[in-house]
Design a protein around this ligand. Structure first.
Ligand SMILES: Nc1ncnc2c1ncn2[C@@H]1O[C@H](COP(=O)(O)OP(=O)(O)OP(=O)(O)O)[C@@H](O)[C@H]1O
Length: 205
């Protein structure tokens, strides 16, 4: 299986952000999105995750295959870490959370209410969530924010394991994770300036 984008254009708040984006990601491959702040990385990732439609172009291989980790951690603060992972495992028809807990050193925190965790601990739990989805394409937006060096290592190891198992990873990150990955710089794909200004998609704020 593969994720294939052909001549994709994306918009935020009705304003075109990127155009002419084409790439293919095969099983076992990672692709890192680069580009300055505001260049459209998040918008492209949200489109691939199915949170918004592309303006034009075709996107193949993403439906029912993507697990998305955006800026929010996707955790319920009044559930424990284990309960959160069990919840997400159930959503995706999976059961085992032990591997995910172990991969991010979360066993000692398994029974803690997620709302009482530190920012980095929450981020570890949010990333562990990906491992209980069983989904082949991990789409990650700045995944290492709040992580200390040890946790960055845990994350890199989790991604490597996912790739070895034939999975794919698409990441927007400014950090060198030591992964063998293709780089896609979105800077060269800026959409032509539009006459529309000041719009926003508040529904997603
Ligand atoms: N909710 C929104 N409504 C309207 N425009 C938005 C909204 N969110 C972001 N934008 C604009 O869309 C453009 C692309 O933003 P996007 O978040 O995709 O960039 P990014 O490359 O991920 O940036 P960063 O590196 O800062 O995270 C920017 O000009 C941004 O100001």
């Amino acid at each position: 299986m593969a994720l294939r984008l052909t001549d994709v254009a994306v918009a935020r708040g009705g304003v075109p952000v990127l155009g002419g984006v084409s790439f293919t990601l095969e099983g076992g491959e990672a692709l890192i999105l680069r580009g300055p702040n505001g260049s459209g990385k998040t918008t492209l990732l949200r489109t691939i995750a199915g949170l918004q439609p592309p303006l034009s172009g075709t996107l193949e291989g993403a439906a029912d295959a993507v697990a998305y980790a955006g800026h929010a951690d996707g955790l319920k603060s009044m559930l424990s870490v284990a309960e959160n992972l069990q919840f997400w495992a159930a959503v995706y028809g999976q059961r085992d959370i032990a591997i995910a807990l172990g991969a991010y050193g979360l066993e000692p925190l398994a029974d803690r209410l997620t709302g009482t965790l530190s920012a980095g601990q929450k981020r570890r739990a949010g990333l562990a969530r990906l491992m209980v989805t069983g989904r082949p394409i991990w789409v990650l937006d700045e995944p290492t924010v709040s992580l200390d060096l040890g946790a960055v290592g845990m994350f890199a190891a989790a991604v490597r394991g996912h790739l070895r198992a034939g999975g794919m990873a698409l990441l927007a990150t400014h950090i060198d994770l030591g992964l063998e990955a293709k780089i896609f710089d979105v800077s060269g794909f800026r959409a032509a300036p539009s006459a529309v200004h000041g719009a926003s998609d508040e529904a997603f704020l």
